[in-house]
Design a protein around this ligand. Sequence first.
Ligand SMILES: O=P(O)(O)O[C@H]1O[C@H](CO)[C@@H](O)[C@H]1O
Ligand SMILES: Nc1nc2[nH]cnc2c(=O)[nH]1
Length: 301
Amino acid sequence: MENNNAPTHAAEPHQKIDPRNFDDILAVVASIKEQVGEETACAELGIICGSGLGPIGDAVEEATILPYGKIPGFPATHVVGHKGNMIFGKLGGKKVVCLQGRFHPYEHNMDLALCTLPVRVMHQLGIKIMIVSNAAGGINTVLRHGDLMLIKDHIFLPALAGFSPLVGCNDPRFGARFVSVHDAYDKQLRQLAIEVGRKSNMTLYEGVYVMSGGPQYESPAEVSLFKTVGADALGMSTCHEVTVARQCGIKVLGFSLITNIANLDCDASVEVSHEEVLDIAEQAGQRASLFVSDIIKELNI
Ligand SMILES: O=P(O)(O)O[C@H]1O[C@H](CO)[C@@H](O)[C@H]1O
Ligand SMILES: Nc1nc2[nH]cnc2c(=O)[nH]1
């Protein structure tokens, strides 16, 4: 009987990879294993670092670093604050694979399947839980610069307009055709994060993250719209990764680092800049990284 889980060849670094093709994903995984070794490549937990949140990746112990340029099918990361490394090692005593740099749909012509290729690859490397982080603008007025918000739900705006990574033919080996995104941000993991936050006296908010397509920041009227529909923080990432993770059964914990306050007043001249985002992320990055390590220590995988 044919074994669909055993590709006969590993992909070459510059080989064309179709992110919608399951066998191509297995070839990418085979290439990674060939480069870092089978034992190193196996991980129980995946982490995606948001803008300026690379320190989470720097904290990985016994690290083996594979630059994205050596991974077949991985495009380059163009956004400042996203280094472009896949890091294998240990964090909080668990075997992790950490993506220091993510793919934003606005960088890749809204090719969401391409932008979620790393999630499918991490699934094949064995991860059961994924921690996603992002830099976000605060909409809820309780949020301040540098606050951490646990994501309890999301509004995946591009997907509501047809830009979902799951659009197109679905190979059942990826998971269900129609994916449930109820409880997408795992309730038990959120509870654990809240307990860890409490022990370390960290103020942790819980709220709804909205993903816009970007790359432009939002107008005050758009911020008002998002506020009206119940969003607490906004950004241009994460929801596509979480959707694909849920399709393949990975549990998700997500948090937003509030790097700026979204402006609702069209008469106020408040400019958001990526420099501000990176600046605040840098200031809070070490704290976020410690928090993630503390959560990981407590995980029961
Ligand atoms: O979501 P991350 O990757 O943290 O990046 C956020 O920061 C960038 C804008 O400053 C956008 O890419 C937005 O999504
Ligand atoms: N869309 C969006 N993304 C961000 N990333 C960090 N801050 C923001 C913001 O205000 N809006």
